[in-house]
Design a protein. Structure first.
Length: 244
């Protein structure tokens, strides 16, 4: 849902990215530093019940992490590895946030709510994996009522208000996230299924001949043609000598 504001957000972040790029820091370094900060805030402060300050630290590093794309664009350092690293580090950050909430709630005696936080963690992983796997198979999967940005905003806002003493806000948020994440998984399954059922059925593989190699003039000619074809393929693969 929040993907609609990405173009406007990019226009805001680009000037900041230019400023950060002048320091010489790389986009990948921003990604790693941002994730490390999020994980530290979540796994150090949340388990101690410091939900407000944990949220402040996490939010600061999440905003810092958002600059990696802007720096990559202004410096021309956009790469597939950078996209892979960013996506992987996002999963690490999400796991740290919900793990910290789960530990903090469990230590506070709220065992049932800690279980809901664990469910949100697992559901979030499934939401992300479903999209990644679908796109790996050539399908589009840009659907979902609770994507990563929405889940983070709801969880962090609720944790922050809980740290300020607002009652029930974290419980309501976690239960809502559990339901919305489950709905999102269902939406992505339905979207991929609708595309997959329209795919043409794969053709059965041709069966190998039961007998050994045939003999005779026809077989010899076919064998010669095959040898010539293999030779041509080998020559094509070899290609011209490399330039130095």
């Amino acid at each position: 849902m929040l993907n609609r504001i990405r173009p406007a957000l990019g226009r805001v972040l680009t000037p900041i990215g230019r400023t950060v790029a002048r320091t010489g820091v790389s986009p990948n370094a921003i990604t790693v530093i941002g994730t490390a900060g999020v994980a530290a805030g979540a796994l150090v402060l949340f388990p101690r019940g410091e939900f407000f300050w944990g949220t402040m630290v996490i939010t600061a590093f999440v905003l810092f992490d958002m600059l990696d794309g802007a720096v990559a664009r202004v410096t021309g350092k956009i790469s597939k590895f950078g996209a892979f690293l960013d996506s992987t580090m996002d999963r690490v950050a999400d796991a740290a946030i919900f793990s910290g909430l789960m530990i903090g709630l469990y230590r506070d005696g709220q065992h049932g709510l800690a279980g809901v936080a664990l469910y949100c963690l697992v559901a979030g992983v499934v939401v992300s994996y479903a999209k990644a796997r679908a796109e790996g198979l050539g399908y589009t999967c840009n659907v979902g009522i609770a994507e990563r940005a929405e889940r983070l905003i709801v969880a962090l806002v609720a944790a922050g208000f809980d740290g300020l003493g607002v009652p029930y806000v974290l419980a309501v948020a976690l239960w809502a996230l559990a339901v919305l994440s489950t709905v999102t998984v269902g939406q992505r399954f339905a979207t991929v299924y609708a595309q997959a059922k329209d795919d043409p059925a794969p053709k059965p593989a041709a069966s190998a001949p039961a007998s050994g190699p045939a003999s005779g003039p026809g077989a010899s000619a076919a064998g010669n043609e095959e040898d010539e074809e293999n030779g041509e393929k080998a020559h094509a693969k070899a290609g011209p000598p490399p330039r130095r």
